[in-house]
Design a protein around this ligand. Structure first.
Ligand code: MG
Length: 316
């Protein structure tokens, strides 16, 4: 009996010592221009985004997520569900990959961004409503879930197209899930957060997507983001690259350091694009890296090594 009691004590102590990120921060919310934890304290998540699900689906598995938690200390992952180009719009089974990642994130106690990854989401409003309705009904009770209804609008009008689209999807989500974060894409590949800050969406726990690629987008975009924050909206960097906006080209360490400082200063959560082995600068993995984690330095690209170091060190 005594041994059993001691064992229970030890197990409880260990569990108490190492709460998962979701146990630590709880349900996230938007408080003013900040994303905050359950106690209203600003929270910054660091993690990675997976690649377009239909093109590189092999990393959409529980082992890969578990490895990212164990070895990288990620506290968020982003599942980028393809919609057009043979994605969800024509193949509903695409959502099974996303569900695998959601289930893995819940099992690991980290946050998961469910991203409707398409540039013309307005053409797929019915599909978005269907998809997010199912996801919100099934997962809205879990604090882990973060919705991202439109990855990157391009030149669509914010007030005439993008905002009404978000409002329509938000209505569907909120019928099932009153409170989880919804991160809304903004015009010009989710860069024009200032425009959104001048005409924000009404509702609870709504924030906005800011994307950047460090070799292309620099101080000018940081200044724009600062103005949006000053105008009162909360931002999340659901996707960023260390290289050029093409996903390839020069990996800019200096500019990344400026961005990481900016995101730390403003407590902006971020996910690196992307967990993929495509032969391009933005990829975290070298071609043919195994799908189930266990990656060593020899599997990582220069960008992958840099991003891992940033996340591992700061998410301690
Ligand atoms: Mg909820």
């Amino acid at each position: 009996m005594k041994t059993l009691l001691i064992m229970i004590l030890v197990v409880t102590t260990v569990a108490a010592k190492n709460p998962t990120p979701v146990e630590k921060f709880g349900p996230l919310k938007v408080t003013g221009n900040q994303i905050t934890d359950m106690n209203g304290k600003a929270v910054q998540l660091r993690g990675v985004s997976l690649f377009w699900s239909q093109w590189i689906g092999k990393y959409y598995n529980a082992d890969a997520v578990r490895w990212l938690v164990k070895d990288w200390n990620v506290n968020v992952v982003r599942a980028a569900m393809a919609v057009d180009n043979r994605g969800y719009a024509t193949n509903r089974a695409e959502q099974e990959k996303i569900i695998k990642v959601i289930d893995a994130a819940i099992a690991e106690g980290i946050y998961v961004i469910v991203d409707f990854h398409v540039h013309d989401a307005n053409k797929y409003l019915n599909e978005a409503k269907e998809f997010f309705g199912v996801i919100a009904q099934r997962y809205g009770k879990y604090p882990n879930l973060i919705y991202e209804p439109w990855n990157e609008p391009v030149h669509h009008s914010w007030s005439q197209v993008i905002k009404p689209y978000h409002e329509a999807v938000i209505e569907v989500i909120r019928k099932q899930d009153p409170d989880n974060l919804i991160i809304c894409g903004t015009r010009t590949w989710s860069q024009n957060v200032e425009e959104a800050s001048l005409d924000p969406i009404k509702g609870t726990n709504i924030a906005y997507t800011l994307h950047f690629y460090a070799s292309t987008h620099k101080q000018e975009l940081r200044d724009l983001a600062s103005r949006a924050i000053a105008n009162g909206i909360a931002l999340m960097v659901t996707e960023y690259g260390t290289c050029e906006a093409t996903g390839d080209g020069y990996v800019n360490k200096e500019e990344m350091d400026a961005w990481w400082k900016f995101m730390d200063d403003h407590k902006l959560s971020h996910c690196n694009w992307s967990l993929a082995d495509k032969k391009e600068s933005a990829s975290i993995l070298l071609p043919n890296a195994r799908p189930d984690g266990g990656w060593t330095d020899s599997d990582l690209t220069p960008s992958g090594k840099m991003v891992r170091e940033e996340i591992r060190t700061k998410n301690k």
